[in-house]
Design a binder for this molecule. Structure first.
Ligand code: SF4
Ligand code: SF4
Length: 417
């Protein structure tokens, strides 16, 4: 067991990269795939319609979900239940004139606060669910979500204007009396008017539930909310540009060699690999999200959407890939390392055999989705993937790097631990 915990002291598990280089804007993608699940599209948004950057595409009925905008000049090639596909085109004068006429909104000058500010931000394409959540204390999770992701430190220290604007607007929106920024121990921080709490710098301390515990000393304390730094960047970005959100920041590369880029919403993995000059070798795995909690992709026409944290190439031999669905050999490694004190071996077995209610009884809702169980599994079972599958089947919303799940089937509410 000691070996397992020594593993977490491995420098590869550090959440501090020391990288301070400012973000580089990636070129516009050639093809875009936007997530439109649940959105009602505007009347003109049809196949073959020409679009331009910041053109309004649709609205979601959820007041906490931002409106959808086109990130590029292009033509809509397909619309499905889940996606809007756009192929980039060279703009003619008419399209260029439309883009130049997009109205800017100075949300800072509007002086709106709280519930009054929320619909304005929604219109700017921002998701406000976690930014405006009801709580007494709001913690901003300022750590890189996964080892290998490196945008958190430059987001705070190399882009101070956007960071400070984001924090200013957060104060206007949030009902919280106290806002605390959680950052890793040892990180440089020079903003006197922001309350800071230092938390351990080794993974999994960036997982929301563990950040809350490190800051407050309590598990699941009442009246405490958490929001990701990515959301603060988005808030600062739209405040600064005065334009709707069509960008996100991600880390692209391998665990060792990577950089941070501002990329357009809906950029395809194919375009991003091409732009980064990454050549895949046999046995490499492409991961959308962080190396530990992300999902491996077998198709590169998938896209990066707002809130995605990275695009990684896990090179052959770096981490032993999952191999099929081999049996659990009951080594106990996953149970020993689980920060939520769960039995990942049992959860994954129940999920494998469709016994989802048993997963519920084994407290699957307490799983933090840190991915350590799968990482240490010498049988290379896809433990986290099984857990996510069971959560989905139980109707639980999956955790993201910046959110907590909220949906729970009524019949399970009473047995929640
Ligand atoms: S992902 Fe695995 S190790 Fe992490 S909390 Fe969930 S069960 Fe435990
Ligand atoms: S680490 Fe893998 S093999 Fe070992 S008990 Fe857990 S699931 Fe089973």
């Amino acid at each position: 067991m000691k070996k397992l915990f020594t593993m977490l002291k491995d420098p590869r598990f550090t959440l501090m990269s020391g990288k301070m280089r400012r973000f580089i804007q990636a070129p516009d993608p050639q093809s875009v795939r936007l997530n439109r699940e649940g959105f009602t599209l505007g009347a003109d948004i049809k196949k073959k319609a020409k679009v331009f950057p910041y053109m309004y595409l649709g609205t979601h009925p959820d007041p906490g979900k931002g409106d959808l905008y086109s990130p590029v000049y292009g033509e809509i090639t397909d619309i499905t239940e889940r996606s809007v596909f756009i192929t980039a085109v060279e703009p003619d004068d008419e399209l260029r004139a439309k883009a130049e006429a997009v109205e800017k909104t100075d949300i800072r000058a509007l002086d709106a606060r709280g519930e009054e500010l929320r619909p304005i931000l929604k219109k700017m394409g921002l998701n406000t669910k976690s930014l405006g959540q009801e709580c007494e204390t709001l913690i901003v999770n300022g750590l890189n979500p996964d080892p290998g992701v490196t945008w958190a430190e430059p987001m705070i220290n190399s882009h101070p204007r956007k960071f400070l604007l984001g924090m200013e607007m957060l104060r206007r929106l949030s009902p919280a009396k106290r806002i605390i920024l959680a950052i890793p121990k040892g990180m440089q921080f020079d903003y006197p008017n922001i309350e800071v709490a230092y938390v351990p710098k080794q993974y999994p301390s960036s997982v929301n539930a563990l950040v809350i515990k490190a800051v407050t000393g309590k598990e699941r304390p009442e009246g405490v909310g958490i929001v990701g730094l990515h959301n603060i960047w988005s808030l600062g970005h739209v405040t600064r540009t005065k334009l709707p959100l069509i960008d996100t920041v991600i880390t692209i590369g391998t665990l060792k060699n990577n950089g941070n880029f501002i990329v357009r919403d809906g950029s395809t993995v194919e375009d991003l690999l091409d732009f980064s000059g990454i050549e895949l070798k046999a046995g490499d795995t492409v991961v959308r999200g962080g190396p530990l909690r992300g999902e491996s992709l077998d198709r590169y026409d998938r896209s990066i959407t707002k809130g995605a944290v990275g695009l990684f190439i896990v090179e052959q031999g770096t981490i032993t890939p999952m191999e099929g669905h081999g049996p659990c050999i009951e080594c106990g490694a996953c149970t020993a390392i689980c920060p939520a004190r769960l039995r990942p071996d049992m959860l994954s077995r129940y999920a494998e055999f469709g016994l989802h209610d048993r997963c519920y009884e084994e407290y699957i809702t307490s799983c933090l989705e840190c991915g350590l169980c799968g990482y240490v599994c010498i049988a290379r079972r896809p433990v986290l993937q099984y857990i996510r599958l069971a959560k989905r089947r139980l109707g639980l919303k999956l955790l993201s790097s910046s959110g907590v799940y909220t949906e729970m089937p009524a019949e399970h509410a009473e047995v929640r631990p």
